[in-house]
Design a protein around this ligand. Structure first.
Ligand code: HEC
Length: 141
């Protein structure tokens, strides 16, 4: 019984992989592929719209995230400057960058966007986009 379930699981994941491969040729597949690993993330086209919708309400001059931490994300320069304590983006290292670390619930205490409960996080797709941008060197592209 157990083995059958395992086999069933393996079959299912193969089917899912095939579906993914088939998808690559469509426009939606392309967008998914770009969120998942291939293709370069653009600061202007991909990152900034996310910051605009989910971060700037607090992280622009006068906002409470800015007042508390000094982090102003209205521009590339502001984001790279970080908080009053230093950078939040370490180019190439999305695991250690506070900018991307605080998006998931793995950090006790602080989570961004601020005020979301334990179950609430930024859309996974957006988290992946921000992480990939950092991994690719956090370029002003
Ligand atoms: C509702 C307001 C609000 C929103 C929206 C918000 N933040 Fe914040 N953010 C804060 C506050 C307040 C602090 C200061 C927290 C503290 O120091 O206790 C902060 C601090 C930070 C810090 C610095 C943490 C540190 O101490 O090093 C980072 C990085 C950060 N936010 C990233 C983000 C990102 C990325 C987004 C959007 C996905 C976001 N925030 C959205 C309010 C917000």
């Amino acid at each position: 019984m157990k083995i059958r379930m395992l086999l069933g699981g393996a079959m299912l994941s193969m089917l899912t992989l095939n579906a993914w491969a088939a998808n690559e040729s469509t426009a939606a597949g392309q967008a998914a592929a770009s969120a998942l690993g291939s293709g370069e993330v653009s600061f202007k086209n991909d990152v900034q719209p996310i910051l605009h919708d989910y971060c700037l309400s607090c992280h622009s001059p006068g906002g409470k995230g800015f007042l508390k931490s000094g982090l102003d994300m209205t521009s590339y320069e502001g984001l790279m400057k970080g908080t009053q304590f230093g950078p939040v983006v370490l180019p190439g290292n999305s695991e250690e960058s506070t900018f991307t670390k605080l998006l998931t619930g793995t950090n006790k205490g602080l989570k961004m966007p601020f005020g979301l409960n334990a179950a609430g996080t930024l859309d996974r797709q957006y988290i992946l986009t921000l992480r990939r941008w950092v991994k690719q060197g956090a370029k002003n592209n």
